[in-house]
Design a binder for this molecule. Sequence first.
Ligand code: LLP
Length: 423
Amino acid sequence: MPDVRSSITDAVHFYGSSTPRELVREYGSPLYVYNETILRTRCRELLGLSSHPGFRVNYSAKANTNPALLRIIREEGCVADAMSPGELYLNKMAGFTPDELLYVCNNVPAEELAAAVDAGLIVSVDSLAQLDLLGRTRPGCRAMVRLNPGIGAGHHQKVITAGKKTKFGISPASLPEVFDIVNAHKMRLSGLNQHIGSLFMEPEGYLNAMDVLLGIASRLRSEGRLNDLEILDFGGGFGIPYHKYENQPRLDLAALGQGIHQRISEWSAQNNYKGRFYVEPGRYISAECCVLLGTVTATKSNAETAYAGSDLGFNVLMRPVLYDAFHDIEIYRGTAPESETVAQTIVGNICESGDILAHNRELPRLKENDILGVLDAGAYGYVMASTYNSRPRPAEVLITKNGTPKLIRRRETLEDLAALFTD
Ligand code: LLP
């Protein structure tokens, strides 16, 4: 049944056989709710970008590491990256084998590099110093280097990861030193990767950056310096439309796929290459299959501003506070849709005035006990949640293919909060 504001989730039967209120009653509020069918659809869309035999979708697990979701992503045929011992552990727990995993790290200690190599992974490093440390730690190992193609993209300065203003990547001008280090430690240069940034909505920048990496790889190959190549990884950043109620267009996957497929097919033929090509999306796969549910606990006005207070503080979802990120919001009250709106600022229950989920949003007037649904919360949502103000983190529930809910992470308890203290 349509609710006060629910057309986006209604259109995809997001909650299956439950209502949001029933889910909150059963599992508590706030609550991360995932939909299996949407997760599988997103994986399939990306796997369909190219039919080239070496093409892989390397899910960037930093977006969401719940093993129940990782298992589905693996079942669909994706491989995965890890950037920490924790991600490696959870990826393995979900069934990914070493040849299905890539370690793409940044500023890590020798023990971490050693552990990834010993687990059978290729490690991508992103500075000459880390390449040298990898070589000293595990001489003779396979190595991959992350290049900075000079083109950056992203929804916020904090997530643009190439170009001049970023800590990431090795400049192509330093490639002679890369080979000196590789040779000194008898390593094999098995891959090149890059990641220009997070959330692009037009294919062009990504395809241009691909051309840069492919151009470098062609040159090295023609000089006979890239004979051990196994993987060329173009990175992630595939955007999703967060402004769903304004009909924001989706990323044109047909155009992107055509550009990717053509480039890798031609490059393989020209360079007599039988290895793999990776794209490395996180957000595109896991964002849209999730709605974060919360509850309106109090409403009030202060001067000109109408506030709706809720249990959705930045301890639960950090993106709005950290990046001024926009998430559409639905309202479930069990009554019919309402078209009359009023500007409201939705805030959480954290002791900071910056704890704002949505600024001055034109929405039907919120009331105490309304259930809120924050759309597109599955990427960089739970993984960035904290226990700030000593609030336990929420549960996660999966609406399975047949529409029934399944708990995939229990709510933290007060005992969990206390579990690590030693005195
Ligand atoms: N590969 C590398 C090396 C990355 O650093 C990242 C993301 C990805 C792939 C996946 O990017 P995606 O396809 O998800 O855009 N917390 C921020 C996003 C940070 C992205 C960090 N790196 C947010 O909530 O927007």
